[in-house]
Design a protein around this ligand. Structure first.
Ligand code: GAL
Length: 706
């Protein structure tokens, strides 16, 4: 057993090295530069543990790191986890996998980073698969006699006992381990995101509505479908092309199919004139018919996927070939971004594809490492490509890992459980990831509306009709409701954009799970209040794992600082909502609720429960057919909720370039004060010029009721 020697590497971040780690790791691939200045703004903290409390054991083929845990702590993170949010008591086998149907920890986006609700985090930076035993293993010396129960006679017997250490299995070559201080959970995640370069700031159009057209569509069909959006008065900013635009797929050529898209440049321009951006689907595997094939061949792995090459994008020559081709054939003609599909791999019995773990790549990486980092490499290459043109992109990716917070990419999945999709929004928020609960199809109009309502309140509001050919108006009986929510998304754009600016500058995710805004004791207090009202007693001491007494609240989340969203799924017309302390109002109903408690609300199909914190101001704009272009101005409306003074922010810049990094941007404080005569006065203070996107500012007091 060794003890480690750690050093501070950034404000509130300590690092220790185990063994002799590989040169290529997720953090090195991403080239992350910590935003130390912003990290310094966070509270100063001491290391979360005494040095001698972390143990390292060399077991030959691998190392075990053992970190203390108290009996009731909850552990979040470990990447996108669709099946649970609190990982306490679970083994997390953190391998990239496109079919995470079982709760093993495998996922599209594993991140070996766990965050405790006590306010610290632990990250392992490695290209290899890590297993985190999140309080699921118990050493003989740890077992407490009073915990040992007789299953025959004791109903309280549990399969997972309370363990008081996290054990992490680390690859044989070793790894860097980072400890992140808080003091709050939100500070830990903010620190991690800033350490990874800060959160991403998408272009404004990325926050509009997205539609992906069916596979094999021709240019004419795409243009016609785009036109239908305008005719149906459904805002839409991005049209995504699916398989069929390539001259061959799968594997892909990256070249346009001339019979369907004879004039790609004109096609992209025609859509642009109507206010649509074009996003291209692709995957990594290169067909022998591609012009890139011969050059990429010596730069590719030993194993093929679907007969195509799996290029080694840790090699600069391979990156250059990919980038040059994409620049010339797509980006140069106006394509706005990509959907980076199938960089994850599947092991289903009836649908298994990916290069194996023992595949060899020219850089020396093996298949396991490449699979763990492939999604990161594509995010990085394409982001750099757009950056070289001083253009921001926003797109989709199906695999990710550590260090992705500054990447303008949103995860998605072929899985389709609505509740899991909602949980994805919550769970992604702990690990520097964004997730879209994309809509594809529905069992009926109700399912359709509920899914649409959820996706509207997510990082990327998208209908992915690639296989089903659905349109927002596919269920005519609910078309008005769907339109209403797509328009609401558009109206909320100034608010959403500001929330993303906070992500970039402060590392606080725009979409965040409840533990970001409520401490464990606040959550327990709300639960106790509810139990007492029902004359029940609540077991709060035993709730860290297993049979839950205190709920996880992984089905509701915050959007920015002011909005709380509690989606409903098909068949539900009421639900319980955990409201943080203070007064809250229904965003659309204006109904007043008292927070610090669990409320029960009823909601018809026309509505999704969204609450606004009293004292908030929400900047909104008109529901245009698409996000205004750079240089176009629209009126800004600032809505004030509550009968006290109010405060919020409006961030603005050109919405499309990186000029904001050189300071061409501004944050205005929107403040509402109560006058002696009882009226309210709103004032925007900040840089001398008005936010460039807005022509006028009007203030409105939201109508509220008891
Ligand atoms: C899947 C992807 C779908 C769709 C499809 C096209 O891998 O998840 O969204 O793009 O490929 O073949």
């Amino acid at each position: 057993m060794q003890t480690m020697n750690w050093q501070q590497t950034a404000p509130g971040v300590w690092k220790f090295t185990i063994g002799d780690p590989q040169d290529i790791t997720p953090l090195s691939v991403m080239g992350t530069i910590p935003r130390t200045e912003e990290m310094q703004q966070l509270p100063q903290v001491e290391p979360p543990f005494p040095r001698d409390s972390i143990e390292i054991e060399d077991l030959g083929d691998y190392c075990m790191v053992s970190i203390p845990l108290n009996r009731t702590e909850k552990l979040y993170g470990t990447g996108l986890q669709l099946l649970r949010m609190n990982q306490r008591g679970r083994n997390r086998y953190l391998r990239v996998n496109s079919d995470p149907k079982q709760d093993t920890g495998e996922t599209h986006a594993p991140v070996p980073f766990y965050i405790s609700d006590l306010g610290y985090g632990v990250l392992v930076d490695t290209s290899r698969i890590v297993t985190m035993y999140c309080g699921s293993t118990m050493r003989q010396t740890e077992a407490l006699n009073e915990d040992i129960r007789d299953r025959n006679t004791d109903k309280g017997w549990k399969a997972t006992m309370v363990a008081t250490r996290v054990e992490i299995k680390i690859p044989r070559e070793g790894a860097d381990v980072y400890l992140f201080g808080g003091p709050t959970l939100s500070d830990v995640v903010a620190r991690y995101n800033l350490f990874c370069g800060g959160g991403t700031l998408p272009p404004k159009w990325g926050l509009g509505f997205w539609h992906r057209v069916p596979t094999l569509y021709t240019d004419g069909q795409v243009l016609e479908e785009a036109e239908q959006f305008r005719q149906h008065d459904m805002p839409c900013d991005v049209i995504g092309l699916e398989p069929g635009w390539h001259s061959q797929s799968y594997p892909v050529s990256y070249e346009w199919e001339k019979s369907r898209f004879p004039e790609p440049e004109q096609f992209v321009k025609a859509l642009d004139q109507k206010g649509f951006r074009v996003n291209l689907w692709e995957h990594p595997y290169v067909t022998p018919k591609s012009e890139l094939y011969e050059q990429l061949k010596p730069l590719s792995g030993s194993h093929s996927v679907w007969g195509g090459l799996a290029p080694d994008y840790s090699l600069p020559e391979a990156v250059e070939l990919y980038t040059k081709q994409h620049e010339e054939q797509h980006v140069h003609i106006g394509v706005s971004g990509y959907k980076l599909d199938e960089c994850d791999g599947s092991d289903l019995t009836n649908n298994s594809w990916m290069f194996p773990g023992h595949a060899q790549f020219p850089s020396g990486l093996d298949g396991e490492q490449m699979r763990q980092m492939y999604g990161l490499m594509f995010q990085k290459m394409t982001t750099d490509l757009f950056r070289s043109q001083n253009r921001r992109t926003y797109g989709l990716v199906r695999a990710s890992n550590t260090g992705a917070s500054s990447m303008p990419y949103v995860l998605y999945s072929d899985l389709y459980d609505h509740k899991q999709f909602i949980r994805g929004i919550c769970s992604a928020s702990f690990s520097g990831l964004l997730w879209t609960p994309e809509v594809r199809r529905a069992r009926n109009a109700e399912d359709w509306v509920r899914r649409m309502q959820t996706v509207i309140f997510s990082p990327l509001a998208m209908l992915n009709a690639w296989g089903d050919g659905t349109k927002p108006w596919s269920f005519p009986e609910v078309e008005d409701t769907v339109r209403h929510y797509i328009k609401l998304r558009m109206r909320l754009l100034p608010y959403l954009y500001t929330a993303f600016a906070t992500y970039r500058e402060k590392g606080i995710p725009p979409f965040r799970a409840m533990p970001f805004v409520m401490t464990p004791s606040e959550i327990v207090a709300a639960e106790v209040l509810q139990a007492e009202a029902a004359e029940q007693t609540l077991n709060t001491t035993d709730g860290a794992y297993g049979k839950r007494k205190v709920r996880e609240w992984d089905d509701q989340y915050m959007v920015g600082d002011a909005l709380l969203v509690a989606p409903l799924v098909e068949g539900e017309y009421e639900r319980e909502v955990l409201l943080p302390s203070g007064v809250w109002y229904g965003l659309e109903s204006g109904v007043r609720y008292t927070g610090g408690s669990i409320i029960r609300i009823h909601c018809d199909l026309e509505h999704i429960p969204v609450f606004v914190k009293s004292g908030s101001v929400i900047p909104m704009m008109p529901a245009l057919s698409h996000v205004p272009r750079q240089g176009t101005q629209v009126p800004l409306e600032i809505i004030h909720f509550g009968d006290e003074a109010g405060e919020g922010y409006v961030y603005d810049d050109d919405g499309e370039t990186f000029d904001y990094e050189a300071g061409v941007c501004g944050v205005w404080q929107a403040k509402v004060t109560k006058q002696t005569d009882g009226s309210y006065k709103g004032q925007l203070t900040g840089p001398p010029n008005m936010p460039q996107a807005y022509s006028t500012v009007t203030w409105r007091l939201a109508q509220t009721r008891l």
